[in-house]
Design a protein around this ligand. Structure first.
Ligand code: BES
Ligand code: ZN
Ligand code: ZN
Length: 489
């Protein structure tokens, strides 16, 4: 669907050409395009300011039915994210106009002071990600995604960066897969069904798949995970996806929180907080989708996705506040609050992963706390790690992919806050302050000498409003970030 092309626009017929325009500099090398930009800028209301847009039809200079000029703003403001947004906006515009394809003119990397691979990566990502509609549940489909998005480059560049589009497509396909899983309503993704969908997709990419069903989970004593699942009619699952290249020397484990619906359990959430709790499996979705993307990118080390999937519901069988359960690694936990369920399923998944796979690195991703949204807002994830280098790598990857992360502290003395009189730990801290930190420290109690990082994605995993290259709902946050990060190991 994404293609780099070096056609001559004065000779080849094109239905729709998109030209990004900088407010204070000519950013194109193609002289025809530069001339067209000059012409567009003669119109008073179009200056190239960010968000500006004007469309010309049947220009005599070139063989395009229409040319859409999109403003990028001032040169100093142009970066990978503004390129993603512009390409996303262009794609959405074409979808709205019910056109089947677009040709986007790639600006000169040199002129916008970026490197060409990054320019292309950003443009391709923005276009690919914006070309997704979640209309499965609508009888009548209003729009169709574009069939082709072409990028106009110089002939040598088309050859040189040929491999780039398949890499971007593999990764962004993962992001979209994660979005689709998150957007799926909770009645259609109860644990058995969601895991079946993940397994089908994973098998297509030749990942090794292991599933622990309820019987196995009971046999192996996943006490914390089973306590969360107890209230639901739907049985829990633990899915393990393995990418196992030959001669691998390193193992990275990714763990993702998979709560298909978080009602809070017996500590039932108030109505307003129940909305969107179908998104409480966003960590699981990101991890499964990353494994599927990684299977296409083929790194040289092992990547294991460990994905606990449960539904948190109240019922006569549900775990109660006050219950004490024994987790997979033997530590006991008093359930202070059934709504702090994420950390319960994660500790069993983490303990199992450490024992079974002995990884060099373990990263977990979870919509873990409302407190993290209070701390960092809806667009930034919290990163928790004792490992400075790992935390920095994650933050840097987030900067690049614009899945922003901010490192949070793990103060030793806060561990006091979730002590239990009766059990080894309480899943609920005795203060409502610093909830994202105490949750992370709780997880840390189950990590033994392995480089570990926890990402609390409660904010950025789900968006109420659509943005330049994402519809409303699941954002697929974390897939591009993890793929970029894995590239560094
Ligand atoms: N799934 C929620 C966290 C969440 C909140 C995610 C809002 C996305 C948006 C989690 O299971 C939860 O309920 N956490 C509680 C913990 C508390 C009971 C200690 C919270 O954050 O309030
Ligand atoms: Zn909860
Ligand atoms: Zn939850």
């Amino acid at each position: 669907m994404l293609h780099l092309t070096a056609v001559d626009i004065t000779k080849t017929k094109t239905a729709s050409l998109v030209i990004p325009v900088c407010e204070d500099k000519d950013i194109h090398e193609n002289t025809t395009i530069s001339a067209l930009v000059k012409k567009a800028k003669k119109i008073k209301e179009f200056t190239g300011d960010k968000g500006d847009e004007v469309t010309f039809y049947h220009l005599k200079e070139i063989k395009a039915d229409r040319v859409v000029f999109l403003g990028l703003g001032k040169l100093e403001k142009i970066d990978m994210e503004s390129l993603r947004e512009m390409a996303g906006k262009a794609t959405k515009e074409m979808i709205r106009k019910k056109l089947p394809a677009a040709l986007i003119a790639v600006p000169s990397a040199h002129k916008i002071e970026l490197e060409m691979p990054f320019v292309l990566e950003a443009l391709l990502e923005g276009a690919f990600l914006a070309n997704h509609l979640f209309d499965k549940y609508k009888k009548k489909k209003k729009y169709t995604p574009l069939k082709k998005i072409n990028f106009l480059v110089k002939p040598d560049e088309a050859k040189k960066y040929k491999g780039l589009s398949s890499r971007v497509a593999a990764i962004c396909h993962g992001t979209i897969l994660a979005r689709e899983w998150v957007n799926t309503p909770p009645n259609d993704k109860k644990p058995e069904r969601l895991t079946r969908s993940m397994i089908t997709r994973a098998k297509k990419e030749n990942l090794k798949v292991t599933v622990l069903d309820e019987k196995k989970l009971k046999q192996k004593k996943f006490g914390a995970l089973l306590a969360v699942a107890a209230g639901s009619q739907s049985k829990p699952r633990m899915v393990v996806l393995e990418f196992n290249p030959k001669k691998a020397e390193k193992t990275v484990v990714l763990v993702g929180k998979g709560v298909t619906f978080d009602s809070g359990g017996i500590n039932l959430k108030p109505s307003a907080s129940l909305a969107d709790m179908k998104s409480d499996m966003s960590g699981a979705a990101a991890v499964a989708a990353t494994l599927i993307a990684a299977a296409k990118l083929k790194p040289t080390f092992k990547i294991i996705g460990v994905i606990p999937v449960v539904e948190n519901m109240p019922s006569g069988n549900a775990a109660r506040p006050g219950d004490i359960i024994k987790s997979y690694n033997g530590k006991t936990v008093e359930i202070g609050n059934t709504d702090a369920e994420g950390r319960l399923i994660l500790i069993d998944a983490i303990s199992f992963a450490l024992e079974r796979y002995k990884p060099q690195i373990l990263i977990d991703m979870a919509t873990l706390t409302g407190a993290c949204i209070v701390a960092l807002g809806e667009k930034i994830a919290g990163v928790f790690s004792f490992d400075d280098e790992l935390a920095e790598s994650i933050t840097q990857s987030g900067k690049k992919t614009h899945e922003r992360c901010w490192r949070m502290p793990l103060p030793e003395d806060y561990k006091e806050l979730f002590k239990s009189d009766l059990a080894d730990l309480n899943n609920m801290a005795n203060t409502r302050y610093g909830g994202a930190i105490t949750a992370a420290l709780f997880l840390a109690e189950f990590v033994t000498d392995t480089r570990w990082a926890h990402l609390d994605i409660a904010g950025p995993a789900f968006a109420k409003k659509e943005s330049a290259y994402c519809g409303s709902g699941g954002t697929g946050f974390g897939v591009r970030l993890l793929c970029d990060l894995l590239d560094k190991f």
